[in-house]
Design a protein around this ligand. Sequence first.
Ligand code: ZN
Length: 133
Amino acid sequence: MLRELGVKSRQRSDFVDITDEVREEVKRSGIRSGICIVFSRHTTAGITINEGADPDVQRDMVDFLGSRIPVDPSFRHSEGNSDAHIKTTLTGNSTTIPVAEGELLLGTWQSVYLCEFDGPRKRQVLVKLLADP
Ligand code: ZN
């Protein structure tokens, strides 16, 4: 089963919590046991799993990446968004989550994020669910 989520980011750099949307796709699929792959179809927006309890963690990550990888006029890429490409490589484009008893096996403090680095805009995230044989 393959689904596409439309995810709107709110700022140029933004971590958008998509955990509830991914959980909903697992429920809709009816899969009880298997794996869930969450994949960003973009070169300037990635996917990661990190803490969902304290929003300051996401703010710290955005600020840290922004301070270490600034918009730099010496980058060669003519689009002017090489910083966003580099940050996306660091977060990665996908994550894989085990599914058991119809639920994502995320840890207590884990949430799934779209990591926007060249927003705000609407992004496409694929959710692929593979059931155990
Ligand atoms: Zn570019």
